[in-house]
Ligand binder design. Structure first.
Ligand SMILES: Cc1ncc(COP(=O)(O)O)c(C=O)c1O
Length: 372
């Protein structure tokens, strides 16, 4: 029996354990200097001036939008093909997501469709999701946003360390957010961060995440508790130190898998734009049909290889949005939801694992093609 291969696996080394234990021993568990040190280090890594940690990526996106002035009734463009939080964060602050189709090849928001929509309606903000670790065409989005005076927020929840035109994602928008959920390229268990060159935006996020408090028990505006702990931040600091190394391993694994799968008919391997550095939060391929995709999903899982479907339903078709009256749209997102399959490339895999994934995939494809 071959070993169980997971789709996601956090890399926790002795330095992570030691850092967390040191915080526990220090007795200073809540927000404090360790959190502030992590914020400084993360901002520096991304290449921006400021950062504010928030309890998770969902709240980071909601607070970033709010801090930038997005509010009740505002229209926010969101790709139709992403994790639901890219859209629901805007709704948390009273704004309405408008779903935009994606580019079939890259899975990311279609520039053509954004250009059309900004001519049709009054758009307040664009959420640029760097899906699966591959940057959206952020230069084009930056140009559109600047030209039309639209707020641009990068949702880099899946793209720590990814680059576009040699610059880290997170440094293009008016603000950007990252998630540190347990499956991400670096983790704090749960956690999120807002980064920006705009000091006022980050100061606002800091107020919103901490009861609007400007001095002890003096609350200048409405705020809540969306802070992280020093325990989480200690893990964030050690994880950040190895992020580049872990991303490199993901890239090597993705390359190896692509070489092993290259040339197989009817599958489309992940794409990396010439200007992009993909960090393979997920290695996502496209199959010829939903039937083949679902069959391979079952076949691989039955062989102890976890594979995933990201995402089985485009956002506009989600029951929550159907109930709100969202209309049919976005043919590429719909097609991708039927054809996408995620294969493991996380840093803990070895060459033998990748060969086993590729050979099992080829066998499963053969089995599934034969199914009438
Ligand atoms: C694209 C995207 N945006 C936002 C989020 C929300 O992050 P969190 O789970 O930390 O709330 C996620 C999380 O998976 C995500 O993948």
């Amino acid at each position: 029996m071959k070993k169980h291969i997971k789709l996601f696996e956090p890399v926790i080394d002795s330095d992570d354990v030691e850092a967390v234990v040191n915080v526990l021993k220090s007795g200073w568990l809540a927000h404090g200097p360790v959190v502030e040190a992590f914020e400084e280090e993360f901002a520096k890594y991304v290449g921006v001036e400021y950062a504010a940690t928030v309890s998770n990526g969902t709240m980071a996106l909601a607070l970033a939008l709010k801090a930038l002035g997005v509010g009740i009734g505002d229209k926010v463009l969101v790709p139709d093909y992403t994790f639901i939080a890219s859209a629901t964060s805007a709704m948390l602050i009273g704004a309405s997501p408008i779903f935009i189709d994606v580019d079939y090849k890259s899975f990311n928001i279609s520039i053509e469709d954004v250009l059309k929509k900004v001519e049709e309606i009054d758009v307040k903000a664009i959420v640029a999701v760097h899906l699966f670790g591959h940057p959206a065409d952020i230069k084009a989005l930056r140009d559109i946003a600047s030209d039309k005076r639209i707020i641009l927020v990068e949702d880099a929840a899946q793209a720590h360390g990814a680059e576009a035109w040699g610059k880290k994602v997170g440094s293009f928008g008016d603000a950007a957010i990252f998630s540190f959920y347990a499956t991400k390229n670096m983790t704090m268990g749960e956690g999120g961060i807002v980064v920006s060159d705009n000091k006022a935006v980050i100061e606002k996020v800091r107020l919103l995440r901490n009861h609007g408090q400007i001095a002890r028990y003096v609350h200048d505006e409405l705020g809540w508790n969306f802070r992280v702990t020093s325990i989480q931040a200690a893990l964030g600091r050690t994880q950040l130190k190895k992020l580049d190394k872990l991303n490199e391993l993901r890239r090597q694994n993705a390359n190896m898998l692509s070489n092993l799968l290259n040339g197989i008919e009817d599958i489309e391997l992940p794409y990396e734009a010439p200007w992009a550095k993909h960090v393979y939060h997920l290695y996502t391929i496209k199959l010829g049909s939903r039937k083949i995709r679902d069959c391979i999903f079952n076949c691989m899982n039955s062989r102890n290889i976890e594979v995933g479907i990201h995402y089985p339903i485009p956002l506009h078709k989600q029951p929550v949005f159907q109930k709100l009256g969202y209309k049919e749209c976005c043919p590429s997102a719909t097609l991708l939801s039927e054809r996408e399959l995620s294969l493991p490339v996380h840093p803990k895999l070895c060459e033998e694992d990748l060969k086993y994934i590729a050979s099992s995939f080829t066998e499963c494809l053969g089995v599934c093609r034969a199914v009438p």
